[in-house]
Every structure is written in structure tokens, then in C-alpha cells.
Design a protein around this ligand. Sequence first.
Ligand code: 5GP
Length: 111
Amino acid sequence: MSYDNENIFAKILRSEIPCDKVFENEFVLCFKDINPKAKLHVLVIPKKQYVDISDFLANADTKYQSNFWVSVNEIICKLNLNNKGFQIKSHKGEDGGQEVFHFHIHLLSDS
Ligand code: 5GP
């Protein structure tokens, strides 16, 4: 599947539609999920265009992948989740429950 520039997260990245921003740096944007499945439910998306986690792992260079996960850790620290329980999920493909085809991770916590 090729990347569709009109997906909802691409529009959020271009500020064409609003989001409830939690964190942003040069690599990622993190915002609250519009339909939260836990007490805390945020999404972390890379600023570069990847369709899903497979695309990201196969095609993002290792430095960018590292910057992505370092940013995720910054978000975990900012949200004071280090010493609490949380889940990280990423849906891949329609069969995997993916609805928005811009790679993202879900960060969820009920702590
Ligand atoms: P997926 O199933 O693709 O992994 O998850 C997509 C997530 O994006 C869903 O949890 C859904 O609630 C969330 N979502 C869909 N549209 C919007 C939106 O316009 N704004 C925000 N903040 N979240 C959205």
C-alpha cells in the first residue's frame, strides 16, 4: 500500500485539523486519541510518512527509528509513566485493526 497524503494524521501534521497535543519535537507528534480506550490514551506518530509499523521498520533509517523511540521515552517520562503500568500497541493492516494508515503507536495507561 502506498502512503495516502490525505489520511487524518497527515492532516493533523499539516495543522489542517486540530488535535489535543501532548508533546512535539522534530521527529514526532503526540496527541490524545479522540476515542480513548483507557484513562490515558495518546498516539505517537512520526513526522515522516510511513504507512504502518512494517513500513517504518523496513524503510526508516536506524537513526530516525532511534530518534522515534527516544521521543517515545521522553513522552513516557513527561507523562510520569516510568514507574506505572502502561501498554504500547501498533495495529498493522486492516486485518490487524489499523484504521489510519500513517504509522502510529498507541500509549495506554489506566494507572
Ligand atoms: P488504529 O486502529 O489505526 O491503530 O487507530 C487509529 C486511532 O486514531 C483510533 O484509536 C482513533 O480513535 C484515533 N483517531 C481517529 N481519528 C482521529 C482524529 O481525528 N483525532 C484523534 N485525536 N484521534 C483520531
